[in-house]
Design a protein around this ligand. Structure first.
Ligand SMILES: [Zn+2]
Length: 235
């Protein structure tokens, strides 16, 4: 039953797996779908696929980043944590354009451009920018194991993330946790100081660190409340 639910979840996300459920099982699957699924099983968020540039250039830069920071080349991660951010800006399209290029030559310690796996707009719209298991550069010390969710907002450090964003993040994290049971932690980027003292932290470059305040304690409290009983840990 778990497998069917997983397939149907993929369907909701518009994956090609959808066709195989329909094709192989026919109308019977439709009937089963209604009897099997409950609101609790499928709180699945609507995720819009909006990929950023992802060619062999990005893959090469990921390997380079991993070699510099972790001492081993890797392009993919086993997700152990979700790191929640804000963009410190108000334009979803603007952030998308900023993340789009594969390389940013101005960056130090590898020129892989910054990016997160998901970007959530103020109205709760969720864009997926890269595969969930891609090694994205969004949180120093944590990129080797963390899925990143960026939320549009927080310009001038103001805690202005919306209720719609909170609900979208709760649904998205619940979905990710069900898909990747290896995820045990959910943290705000500013909680990196605490993560630094756990097994989540890996960083070979001494002193490579930027202080962070995103996405603010109010949003993290909302996530903690909304995900209570989900089986994930918070700082
Ligand atoms: Zn951040």
């Amino acid at each position: 039953m778990k497998k069917l639910i997983a397939l149907l979840l993929l369907c909701l996300l518009g994956s090609s797996a959808c066709a195989s459920v329909r094709d192989s099982a026919g109308p019977a699957a439709e009937t089963r779908k209604e009897t099997v699924l409950t609101a609790q099983d499928v709180p699945g968020p609507e995720i819009i696929q909006k990929p950023i540039a992802f060619s062999n250039v990005r893959r090469r830069l990921m390997r380079e980043y991993a070699r510099i920071h972790y001492g081993e080349e890797m392009e993919t991660i086993v997700p152990r944590a979700v790191v929640v951010h804000w963009t410190a800006s108000d334009s979803m399209e603007g952030v998308y354009r900023f993340f789009y290029p594969e390389e940013q030559p101005k960056l130090k310690n590898g020129t892989l451009n910054v990016a997160s796996h998901f970007l959530v707009g103020k109205d709760g719209t969720i864009w997926q920018l890269t595969p969930e298991t891609a090694l994205d550069r969004h949180a120093i010390g944590l990129n080797w194991c963390a899925i990143g969710i960026e939320n549009v907002g927080g310009a001038d450090g103001k805690e202005d993330l919306t209720e719609a964003q909170l609900e979208a993040n709760i649904r998205l994290i619940r979905f990710l946790h069900q898909k990747y049971p290896t995820i045990t932690w959910v943290l705000g980027h500013y909680q990196q100081d605490e993560a630094m003292h756990t097994e989540l932290w890996k960083e070979n470059i001494k002193g490579y660190y930027h202080g962070k305040i995103d996405p603010g304690p109010i949003f993290m409290q909302g996530l903690r409340d909304g995900l209570a009983g989900e089986g994930v840990k918070f700082f």
